[in-house]
Design a protein around this ligand. Sequence first.
Ligand code: AMP
Length: 275
Amino acid sequence: MDGLRDAVAALRASGRTVAFVPTMGALHAGHLALVRRAREISDAVVVSIFVNPLQFGAGEDLDRYPRTLEADLAALAGEGVEFVFAPTAAEMYPEGAVETSVTAGHVGTLYEGASRPGHFDGMLTVVAKLFHIVRPDRAVFGQKDAQQVFLVRRMVDDLNVPLAIEVVPTVRESDGLALSSRNRYLDAGGRRTALALSEALAAAEAAAGEGLDEVLAEAAGAFGDHDGIELDYLVVVDPATFLPVDEGATGRATVLVAARVGGTRLIDNADIELG
Ligand code: AMP
């Protein structure tokens, strides 16, 4: 931890810039798109791999979350990543639990936060710790986790964190499924069923000119075409506030969707232009 901090500090002192990509490992092409963006915008790249217990609730998939460290290290070596930080839970939380933490506020209790109470507090707390350990110039996040991006940006603004946030578009399979470490939980049937999320977003985009009610109806309709999927939430939010838009709203909006396929929770989102 100290070695990494010293190395990053030395690079920055010599006028070079450092970009940081926080991950939970089980790396896929979505993560590697973030790494490539980090490379484009900086002289050196730091990637962290840490499955953060603080952001998992009781009964969630902390214990079975995929851990593929060797393959991850090989993939990052292939990208020429200078530094990989893969701490243990004991290194990150030497006291076991934190006494001081970041709270995500109202937006952190909505959507993902409603289904996963405490998730965003745990996420922001570890991201704040990682920012302090690494001290990069920039940090790179995926649009795939749109609510996370909103809350990290808000934390950076609220707490004057001295770095810039860079966001990379969602990387998808050719049939539209957003890449996710959790996709590997899906069997062949579940993999087909999971397409309901991206199909719902495509339906929302197609209906965007007709207004909010039509967007929601068309997107919800995509779930009717699949069995074995349970919709958690489908909502259209204002990207500036992350609060739901009202009927009659126009302009850029973000459609958020979450659903459960068997035991696997999946999320996705897309920007639309409400007409
Ligand atoms: P995770 O390992 O799931 O915590 O994700 C680490 C980072 O990768 C986060 O900023 C995610 O938003 C991003 N990410 C995950 N999946 C994708 C994807 N399909 N496309 C782009 N970024 C992604």
